[in-house]
Write a new protein. Sequence first.
Length: 89
Amino acid sequence: MWKILLIGMAVMSLLAFILMGIDKRRAKRHQWRIPEKTLLLTAACLGGIGGTLGMFCFHHKTKHWYFRYGLPAMMLVQLVLLLWAGHVI
C-alpha cells in the first residue's frame, strides 16, 4: 500500500512542480494562466511536496496566504500519511 502511495505522491508532485513552473512562465509573458483551483487540486491530490517546492523554487503564488500556508500544510499531511501507511503495513 505505501509503495503505491509513494508512487502516486511522486507522480503528482512532479506534475504539481511542472504546473507551477509553467504558470509562472505564463504569468511573466502575460499569457493564459493555469487556474489556481487546478494548482491547489493537484497539490491536494498527493502533490503537496512538488507544489510546495515549485512555489518556492519559482517564487510563484507566495503572496497568496492559501498557497503560502496551504501547500506546506498539504505536504505535511501527505508525509504523515505516507509514514503512517509505511508503519501500518
